[in-house]
Design a binder for this molecule. Sequence first.
Ligand code: 1GP
Length: 237
Amino acid sequence: MVYDLFLQKQKRLALLIDPDKHSDSSLRSVSMNAEREGVHMIFVGGSLVMSSISHAIDVIKSVYTGPVILFPGNANQVSANADAILFLSLISGRNAEFLIGNQVLSAPVIKNSGLEAIATGYMLIDCGKTTSVEYMSNTQPIPYDKPDIAVATAIAGEMLGLKALYLEGGSGAQSFVNPEIISAVKKSCSIPLIVGGGIRSCESLRNVFDSGADIAVVGTIIEKNPELLSEMMKVVR
Ligand code: 1GP
């Protein structure tokens, strides 16, 4: 089970791949890099994905042996070729379509596919600019300096039985999630904590882990600078 990996008390690095940003050959090369460096898992998805997710997963899996996990922007981004799916509910927002609507649409497909679904409370945190998630989901992020709201939201998610929490600054965010929010959420909940968005250096990765993230997610910076992955894996180790 992929979720067992989330429960192990070790820091993990996930590489986010948006299939639309790659040709087959660049997809193969980022995935080979992830394999070589021992990246713990690959997340696949995006706010808008126009290419075939199933094909992208096949290409990734042809060279990468770790778990490939769907990180869907909406109900269309489901593929049985993945090992698991983050079954996200956007609990920081108040848009019923992203709290439960897309989940109702995709649940029967996921069930029939046999995909492992990891129920995850997805929380968008303001990190300095309007992100694709904010725009596409039509929800407001939790303010950067309001750890109390983040904690209340996270506790509610845990009480509802969610299996993980995801603090999202948004892809390409100006800064990563406020460390005060990460540590406050970590202290108040016991389910695995995923943090992503705006992590651009080893220093910020270290900060995210030190604040309490169990799994950190990087995307944009590795697209720009693939060599950094090796340095980031040293931080994780
Ligand atoms: C995953 O959206 C992030 O949660 C990825 O963000 O592209 O800024 O690394 P970056």
